[in-house]
Design a protein. Structure first.
Length: 234
């Protein structure tokens, strides 16, 4: 996928990519590839594959939620900035928080934000469960892309979502983990409103957006410490 392909495919899901945004995405790609030689950010370095699996894939969040409105969004386990940085480039109206546990990645993200002159976006270097305990019911949308199993993500991420807001994990194949996550969703006073299944263009790999609506506040015991979450998921 080149830039023209990206523009064309994005237009099919309601996103018009401007020339300025295209330039910022290209610069972001260059920054990631340069830094990838120093720290492990991504195994995908081919430009066409990068545009498809990182840029286009990140923006498919629009299939689950209108991204043109004023939103406070948290990207948990953002890694090299996917989907958070990409969303910020294309939807500057969204206030975005990026959180990652690795300091080197966070330093890189700060550098990217400065280089791309992005505003209303912050980087938090902290474990997700620790941040979640102190930032309850703060975000309209929390998302996470290819970070952990759903029953683990639910306990960390749902406490940060506002009541009537959404946790929208971005997943590949979910057949094995969906059933085991239903109990955690119920315990966290939430429900699956919709599962949006689709295939990426060109290569046709499976993607799922799990739209989980938060119906009420969560008990203060959640999230537990990560050792407990990992050893005994909800």
């Amino acid at each position: 996928m080149n830039l023209d392909d990206l523009k064309n495919e994005l237009s099919k899901i309601g996103i018009t990519l401007t020339k300025k945004q295209g330039k910022k995405l290209h610069k972001f790609y260059d920054l990631v590839i340069e830094e990838n030689e120093k720290i492990n950010l991504t195994r995908i370095i081919d430009k066409k594959e990068f545009y498809l699996k990182h840029f286009y894939d990140s923006l498919t969040l629009i299939k689950a939620i209108d991204l043109n409105q004023e939103l406070k969004l948290l990207d948990f386990g953002t890694g090299a900035g996917f989907p958070g940085i990409v969303l910020k480039i294309c939807f500057p109206n969204i206030k975005i928080t990026l959180i990652d546990a690795l300091e080197k990645r966070c330093n890189f993200l700060e550098y990217v934000i400065n280089e791309l002159e992005l505003e209303d976006i912050e980087v938090i270097h902290q474990r997700g469960e620790d941040f979640s305990k102190r930032h309850r019911e703060k975000y309209d949308i929390v998302t996470s892309r290819a970070v952990a199993k759903l029953n683990v993500l639910n306990e960390i991420c749902l406490p940060m979502v506002k009541v009537n807001g959404y946790f929208i994990p971005m997943k590949g194949n979910i057949d094995e983990e969906l059933d085991s996550s239903l109990k955690s969703i119920e315990l966290l006073n939430s429900k699956i409103e919709e599962i949006i299944n689709f295939n990426l263009p060109i290569e046709n790999s499976v993607r799922n957006l799990i739209k989980i609506k938060k119906l009420g506040k969560n008990k203060r015991i959640y999230p537990r410490n990560f050792d407990k979450i990992k050893k005994n998921p909800l």
